[in-house]
Design a protein around this ligand. Structure first.
Ligand code: FES
Length: 291
């Protein structure tokens, strides 16, 4: 069975001119065919311009029944036409209705003086950057970062299965190999996400994952998740990975989740310019604030 082609258009695709968006206002876009579509919309409200996948987290319906109009009558919130869920335009979080607290999936866009374009998804962007630097980026400690490959599934499974690693994860349950293999394949196939492997020479010693995320107060961001090989803990690898990653993507908002009791990680993130974003353990690193 052949894989379906990705209906998402190429990075850089022009979505609309800014003056084609009412203020406040929205426009919807769709590509592909039934069963294999990519649907999204752009909203504008004053200086704010955001884009989201046109799929409600409640029952996965498109928000609009009316040609891309997603603002509610107050023009303050976005509304799903199916069952009335309401979302904040700035971060896509549902503040009323059946999917309260869930979020619309952000779409990366480049907003220029006059135009709104699709931005380059994170993994494609990193591919491009790393090709320019011979597939790797390294620092003075000789630690290098490269994009993950299918063969990294076994190594990352071993790291993630380590009890001391799981202790600090959101989900402390140890995955089985089949679950991990399926998760890893999906991760590598998704251009919006990226997994980078840190190495000394050819020895993998850690990883960092970047996932698109929306955090209240931070808006569209990437959540970073770091794992250090159990054999290489307490050697400053986590901090070096954070610093190299910030150098690779200096212009995006990075967020992280660290359990309050994980004092060692909190210190590493703090040293690298991450500050508390909320009371739930989220940290944020604004562009230009890294060390
Ligand atoms: S599908 Fe959007 S509120 Fe139900």
């Amino acid at each position: 069975m052949s894989a379906k082609p990705d209906p998402r258009p190429a990075p850089g695709t022009l979505l609309c001119r800014l003056d084609e968006l009412a203020d406040p206002g929205s426009r919807a876009f769709a590509w592909g065919e039934f069963g294999n579509e990519f649907r999204m919309f752009v909203v504008r409200k004053g200086a704010l311009v955001r884009a989201y996948v046109n799929e409600c987290p409640h029952a996965r319906h498109p928000l609009d029944w009316n040609l891309g109009q997603v603002f509610d009558p107050s023009r303050e919130l976005l509304v799903c036409a199916s069952h009335g869920a309401k979302f904040r335009p700035e971060d896509g979080v549902c503040v009323e209705g059946p999917c309260l607290g869930k979020s619309l999936m952000p779409v990366e866009i480049d907003v220029g003086d006059k135009t709104v374009r699709l931005a380059t998804p994170m993994r494609r962007r990193l591919e491009h950057l790393l090709v320019e630097s011979d597939s790797r980026v390294s620092d003075r400690t000789a630690l290098t970062l490269r994009l993950a490959r299918p063969m990294d599934a076994q190594t990352t499974f071993a790291w993630q299965s380590d009890p001391s690693t799981r202790l600090h994860m959101r989900n402390p349950e140890k995955p089985n190999w089949e679950e991990h293999r399926a998760w890893f394949a999906l991760l590598l196939a998704d251009p919006r996400r990226a997994l980078l492997i840190a190495e000394y020479g050819n020895t993998p010693v850690g990883s960092i994952r970047l996932d698109p995320q929306v955090l209240a107060g931070a808006g569209a961001a990437f959540e970073v998740s770091i794992v250090t090989a159990p054999s290489h803990r307490n050697k400053g690898i986590g901090g070096t990975i954070l610093r190299l990653t910030r150098e690779l993507v200096p212009d995006v908002v990075l967020v992280a989740f660290v359990k309050p009791e994980n004092a060692a990680s909190l210190k590493i993130f703090a040293v690298n310019g991450y500050v508390p974003a909320d009371k739930d353990g989220h940290l944020v690193n604004w562009p230009g604030s890294g060390h």
